[in-house]
Ligand binder design. Structure first.
Ligand SMILES: [Zn+2]
Length: 112
């Protein structure tokens, strides 16, 4: 497995997520526009904010996963399942580069 390529891919994804989060963050916390006096508008805006916050939380979660994957690369345990210590299949890592579970453990933890 080409760890350098994996690392580059993870770093690129992380940079993209961070850029997206920065935009989201600005949207939430540095709003220029005044809160609308119209109630329906306010409700709509609040719903949008909640959506944006959800997106931010998801983005942060993904960054945490990518950081974990990068650490696993450095520790040379990238292809090792963190649960059963078995090998994670290469095509699984290619599909989900930040996974730390083999397919069997991932299926089990998903409750399937
Ligand atoms: Zn496993």
């Amino acid at each position: 497995m080409e760890y350098d390529a994996v690392k580059k891919q993870l770093l690129a994804e992380k940079a993209e997520l961070e850029a997206r989060l920065e935009r989201t963050h600005k949207h939430i916390y540095l709003k220029d526009e005044p809160v609308s006096a119209n109630f329906n508008e306010q409700v709509k805006q609040t719903e949008n904010d909640e959506l944006v916050r959800t997106l931010e939380a998801e983005g942060l979660g993904e960054i945490v996963q990518i950081n974990t994957a990068l650490r696993r690369l450095e520790d040379h345990v990238y292809t090792q399942c963190s649960k059963c210590a078995g090998a994670i299949a290469e095509d699984r890592l290619r599909a989900i580069p930040y996974t730390d579970l083999c397919i069997a453990c991932a299926t089990k933890s998903a409750g399937a």
